[in-house]
Every structure is written in structure tokens, then in C-alpha cells.
Design a protein around this ligand. Structure first.
Ligand SMILES: Cc1cc2nc3c(=O)[nH]c(=O)nc-3n(C[C@H](O)[C@H](O)[C@H](O)COP(=O)(O)OP(=O)(O)OC[C@H]3O[C@@H](n4cnc5c(N)ncnc54)[C@H](O)[C@@H]3O)c2cc1C
Length: 460
């Protein structure tokens, strides 16, 4: 049995990226995966949802094509084709990861990995010896334990991605970014969508003002949001399902053909043998230090199984950090500039401090804003809904947070992330020449608002 330098359990964006990075550094690597490579992100998460988002964008463009002088007759939705395209996109990217594994000479073991010792992993009848071990087993949907959860028509986020027919109506329990994205997708496709939430929809950790403005767009789009609803059961009511909760005035409910549980995710580490190994846990999450080492020497953990920033880009980043440490480079994980994107209509994205956090933190801070309506590129695109908001340290001008609502917010946020990562100031951004006419000019104009004022926007 030849010894590996690194064995990674889990082939999601944490695990497969860790494996490729380790191979680049010259390590002999194996990945253990019990399902398809790519994990939740490629198969049941980021990628299929964004493929659907793209279909929705095309639909919405086609519907308003007339505004641009383009005559498109009879715009129709073919849900089966939309779903087929989604599956093709997933397959294409999964096979891309498979090819990368091959090109990097990474051994793939198909099956459930079980840890026999920090240096020995069992998969089916194989035992793999390794110098270092990385656990990247991800997460699973978390459910409310309420009556009715098993009724036909109550869907997980995995189930909804496999629908064959578009539902007439959908009740979404929970307002996580995943729930709001599905609301946006199905609403645009013509499903009557209701989001049911205990607390007001806020889009945490996005800036409160941007979250509020986004929430205000939902009723205009036709999405109903019921707040103050601590859901206690799902009942069948003839052909529909009824989600019910108590209020001081008595039981209330909302009906839908289907119900989506968007109540978050929890770390997944079943069957790994972690308690026998003595791995320190916090509930279901594996505890690691800033080098992503567990309490057991030579064993690292990364990604959703840590239960913190459950995002694919964080998972992949952690994969690279853990590998660097496992192979003798010393690198601490740094989470001060983690972006989050909501691929909704309109898009929302943010990084760093919100205005309320800055105010609570007692630091001197300054806020500047710039509306999309004043950005020439946004006007040419007919995408004038939205704004950029920047929060800077009032003493030294350092960027503390950037939050954006509007077209391509998920792309624009990269500038804010880089600024924060480099410790850049508003002046650094303002003194950087941005191509014209582009949406990033809105970020620069917001930075100018921290200094002598935006050029193309004057508050009256
Ligand atoms: C609907 C939805 C939409 C999302 N959209 C986004 C988005 O737009 N952007 C974003 O950043 N994030 C998004 N996410 C979150 C993102 O998918 C996760 O943060 C990311 O996949 C975590 O990566 P991971 O590698 O830690 O875990 P996973 O992707 O869950 O991968 C873990 C892998 O480990 C395997 N595994 C588990 N146990 C074992 C075992 N014992 N042996 C062998 N294999 C095992 C699993 O089969 C799985 O393939 C979304 C999630 C969902 C559900």
C-alpha cells in the first residue's frame, strides 16, 4: 500500500480545490467521494441555481425587449428545457472537475470514507495510508421538526432542483439567501410565491438599508412575505398544502401547491468515526484553529463541515489554506473580507461592516452612496434600480464595508473585497482609473463620495 501525502474526504469545492492545490505543490493526493465530484455546490447548490437564474434573466430581458427596440413575439416558458439546460451545465462542470483530477494525477476513491486513525482511511475494501488528512464532508439540509414535514410536496432544496413541472404556487419557509433566490426564480417563471418567516426579511449580513430596500421590491415583483410566523405544522388541505403558525388572534396559514424548506444547512460528518478519533466538535461542527487544524495532529477540516461561513468560495479558500499548512507552509485563515451574493432580482452583494455595525462599534465612520440611476452604463443597460453603499473609517479612509443592490452586484463586489483585503482607502479607489462606461464606475463614484463628492450625483 503506497502512502499518500494527503487524503481528502469529500470532493466538494472545499475538497477538490484542496486536492488540486496539493497536487500543484507536488503532493501525492487522494480524494474520497461517495457521490458525484463537485459536492453540493456543483450538483445541488451554486451551479444549478445560477443556471436557473440565467434562464430567468433571459426571460426578463425577452419580456422587456420592446423597451430596447427589439420586437420579440410570444415569449413562452419551457420549464422542461430550462431544467434540462440546468442539468447540462451541472454535468459539464462536474466533468471538468473530473478531468482536472485526472490531469493532476489525483486518485479518486468512490465510496464513503471512514477514518481508522489520523493516518489511515477506509473506503469500501480499501485502506489508504496518508501523512495528512483533510475532512471536507460538507453539509446537509436542516429541517424544522414539525408535523407534516414528510408530506408529498414538501421539498428540500435538492428536491426543487429536480422538479418536472412548474408549481402553480410555492410557500418558502425561511428567508436565507437560498430561499430568497428560489423565490426570485420561481416568481419570475410565474409561480405564486409566498415567503414565510419568523423575523423581517433582512438579508443578513448585508447592510440593513440595502436589505430593507431589497425587501421593499418583493411585493412589487409579486412575492408575498409573511413575517412573525413561527411555523408549527404543514397540513394537507385537499389539493394544496397549508403552512400554519399561531398568532395572538389564533391560527394563521398560507396555502401552496408545494412547500420549500429553506431553513438552512447543518454540518455533515456522519459515519466518519470522529468520536472514536476524539475530534473536538461544537455540536455537529468540527472545531479547528486558525490554521484549520483539528485537535488531532495531522488532521485538518475545511468547508461547510466547520458550520461557519457556509459558502463555496470560503470552502475553497479554506482548502488552499489547510493544504499550505499540511505541506509545511504556515498560513492563517483570514475571514475579514468574505463576500456574500444574493443572485436575486435585483442582485444584492456585500462585504464587511454594515452601517449599523459601524455605529455600534463606536469607530468614527463615514457612509457614502451612489445610485445606479446616475451611472451611465447602468442607464444604457436599462438597469437603473440599485445603489452602491460604502462605509469607511472616518480617520484613515480605510474601506470597512461595501454593499450593493443592482445589476451585476455579484461581480461588482469583487472591487470592494479586494479593497478590504489590501487595506485600501476610498482615495485608493477614487484615484484608480476605471474604464468608461462601466458599472464599476459606480463603485469609484461611491468612493469619491467619501472625499470631495461624487462627480455624477449631487444630493439636493
Ligand atoms: C441551493 C443552494 C445554493 C447555493 N448557492 C451558493 C452560491 O451561490 N454561492 C456559494 O458560495 N455557496 C452556495 N451554496 C453553498 C455551497 O454549496 C456550499 O457552501 C459548498 O458546497 C460547501 O462546500 P464543501 O466542499 O464544504 O461541502 P459540499 O459541497 O457539501 O461537499 C461535501 C462532499 O463530501 C462528500 N462526503 C460527505 N461525507 C463523505 C464521506 N464520509 N465519504 C466520502 N464523501 C463524503 C459529499 O458527498 C459531498 O460531495 C449553496 C447551497 C445550496 C444548498
Amino acid at each position: 500500500m503506497s502512502e499518500k501525502d494527503i487524503v481528502v474526504i469529500g470532493g466538494g469545492p472545499a475538497g477538490y480545490v484542496a486536492a488540486i492545490h496539493a497536487a500543484h505543490l507536488g503532493a501525492k493526493v487522494a480524494v474520497v467521494e461517495k457521490d458525484r465530484l463537485g459536492g453540493t455546490c456543483l450538483n445541488r447548490g451554486c451551479i444549478p441555481t445560477k443556471a436557473l437564474v440565467r434562464s430567468v434573466e433571459v426571460l426578463l430581458e425577452a419580456r422587456r425587449a420592446d423597451d430596447f427596440g427589439i420586437e420579440v413575439d410570444n415569449v413562452k416558458i419551457n420549464f422542461q428545457k430550462i431544467m434540462a439546460r440546468k442539468s447540462n451545465v451541472v454535468s459539464q462542470l462536474v466533468s471538468g472537475v473530473e478531468q482536472l483530477m485526472k490531469a493532476n494525477k489525483i486518485s479518486i476513491y468512490r465510496g464513503s470514507g471512514c477514518i481508522l486513525s489520523p493516518h489511515l482511511v477506509k473506503v469500501n475494501d480499501n485502506e489508504i495510508a496518508t501523512r495528512k488528512l483533510i475532512i471536507a464532508t460538507g453539509s446537509e439540509s436542516a429541517f424544522l421538526s414539525i408535523p407534516g414535514i414528510d408530506l408529498p410536496g414538501v421539498l428540500t432544496t435538492d428536491d426543487i432542483l429536480e422538479l418536472k413541472e412548474l408549481p402553480e404556487s410555492l410557500v418558502i419557509i425561511g428567508g436565507s439567501y437560498v430561499g430568497v433566490e428560489f423565490a426570485s426564480i420561481f416568481n419570475a417563471l410565474g409561480t405564486k410565491v409566498t415567503i414565510v418567516k419568523r423575523r423581517p426579511l433582512r438579508l443578513e449580513p448585508i447592510d440593513e438599508e440595502i436589505g430593507r430596500r431589497f425587501a421593499q421590491t418583493l411585493p412589487r415583483q409579486g412575492i408575498e412575505v409573511k413575517i412573525g410566523a413561527a411555523v408549527k405544522a404543514i397540513k394537507r388541505n385537499g389539493a394544496v398544502l397549508k403552512v400554519v403558525w399561531d398568532t395572538p388572534e389564533g391560527e394563521q396559514g398560507v396555502e401552496g401547491q408545494m412547500v420549500l424548506m429553506a431553513t438552512g444547512r447543518r454540518p455533515y460528518s456522519e459515519g466518519l468515526g470522529l468520536s472514536e478519533l476524539g475530534i473536538k466538535m461544537n455540536g455537529r461542527a468540527i472545531v479547528v484553529n486558525e490554521y484549520l487544524e483539528t485537535n488531532i495532529k495531522d488532521v485538518y477540516a475545511i468547508g461547510d463541515v466547520l458550520g461557519k461561513n457556509m459558502l463555496a468560495h470560503v470552502a475553497s479558500y479554506e482548502g488552499e489554506v489547510a493544504v499550505d499548512n499540511a505541506l509545511g507552509r504556515s498560513r492563517q485563515a483570514d475571514y475579514h473580507a468574505v463576500p456574500i451574493c444574493f443572485f436575486t432580482q435585483p442582485e444584492v452583494a456585500g462585504v464587511g461592516t454594515t452601517e449599523a455595525e459601524a455605529s455600534d462599534g463606536g469607530l468614527p465612520y463615514k457612509v457614502s452612496k451612489f445610485p445606479f440611476a446616475a451611472c451611465s452604463r447602468a442607464v444604457t443597460m436599462g438597469e437603473t434600480v440599485g445603489m452602491v453603499k460604502m462605509i469607511c473609517n472616518a480617520d484613515n479612509g480605510r474601506v470597512l464595508g461595501v454593499h450593493i443592490m443592482g445589476s451585476h452586484a455579484s461581480e461588482l463586489i469583487a472591487e470592494g473585497v479586494l479593497a478590504m483585503q489590501l487595506g485600501a482607502t476610498a482615495e485608493d479607489i477614487a484615484h484608480t482609473i476605471h474604464a468608461h462606461p462601466t458599472l464599476p464606475e459606480a463603485v469609484r463614484e461611491t468612493a469619491m463620495g467619501q472625499l470631495d463628492g461624487s462627480i455624477h450625483f449631487q444630493r439636493m
